[in-house]
Design a protein around this ligand. Structure first.
Ligand SMILES: NC(=O)c1ccc[n+]([C@@H]2O[C@H](COP(=O)([O-])OP(=O)(O)OC[C@H]3O[C@@H](n4cnc5c(N)ncnc54)[C@H](OP(=O)(O)O)[C@@H]3O)[C@@H](O)[C@H]2O)c1
Length: 227
């Protein structure tokens, strides 16, 4: 059985990808701060805060065989730059960028041994420039650039690197934000569509999809009032 590590496996896109990989016969090691939301004999959960670099190093040292690494965990915060605190900027950078870079760094030699695949979940925001998204866009564009650069560096080792840029996807990502997807299904994706993209990326060993953008047909968002 091939082995996959999936960050953010408790919710949304990471959860759908973990379930997809289990259905494809992978053994999945999921990472998140909360308890597992998946019960499957081939699923093993590690409760870990990706901001804890010592815990990350310890987790990676324990891994022997790694075929697929999915960096899906991430958070969003959208407001004018001068309203961000230093702590908020640090947390966004550390969660969305530093953690996937460190995990990839710590697991690359193991992925090389198995000619494995790294898939990073970036965002549509890496491909455009939206108001109120300065820090989030900075983290996601950097993750996209990291993915494309890493592929050039390690393609000769047989490791594949793919970056996915999902547009608005209906998940808990919006639970604390001042906007959310509308009820109109044509204006947002669902996490299973990103998981289908992962299946497609993994389906052929003789080509590499380096960068994939997935969008709903229409654009609409609903404003949400929060205290
Ligand atoms: N939803 C969208 O519209 C959308 C669009 C483009 C890109 N994305 C990206 O897709 C990825 C997944 O987002 P989602 O929409 O699925 O959001 P979600 O439902 O909120 O899931 C986020 C996941 O990340 C985990 N996570 C967050 N911070 C963590 C930390 N410090 N340590 C460990 N795990 C952490 C969460 O688990 P715990 O809370 O249990 O730790 C959760 O499993 C993110 O990178 C996001 O930027 C989302």
């Amino acid at each position: 059985m091939p082995n996959a590590i999936v960050t953010g496996a408790t919710s949304g896109i990471g959860n759908a990808i973990a379930l997809k990989l289990l259905s494809l016969g992978y053994t999945v090691k999921g990472i998140a701060r909360s308890k597992p939301s998946i019960t499957h004999t081939s699923y093993c959960h590690t409760q870990l805060d990706l901001l804890d670099t010592h815990a990350l190093e310890h987790f990676c040292k324990e891994q022997v065989d790694v075929d697929v690494l999915i960096n899906a965990a991430g958070i969003g915060l959208f407001k004018e730059l001068d309203y961000f605190t230093t702590q908020e900027i640090t947390t966004l950078l550390d969660t969305n960028l530093k953690a996937p870079l460190l995990l990839t760094n710590l697991l690359t030699s193991k992925l090389k041994r198995n000619q494995g695949t790294i898939i990073n979940i970036s965002s549509i925001e890496a491909t455009k420039h939206s108001r109120l998204s300065t820090i989030y866009t900075a983290t996601k564009s950097a993750l996209q650039a990291f993915s494309l650069t890493l592929f050039e560096e390690i393609r000769k080792s047989g490791v594949k690197v793919s970056n996915i840029n999902p547009d608005i996807t209906d998940t808990a990502f919006f639970d604390t934000l001042s906007f959310k997807p509308t009820d109109d299904k044509t204006t947002h994706l669902i996490p299973e569509q990103i998981a289908d993209a992962v299946e497609y990326i993994l389906s052929d060993n003789n080509r590499v999809i380096t960068d994939m953008t997935i969008r709903p047909q229409r654009f609409a968002l609903e404003k949400v009032k929060r205290k």
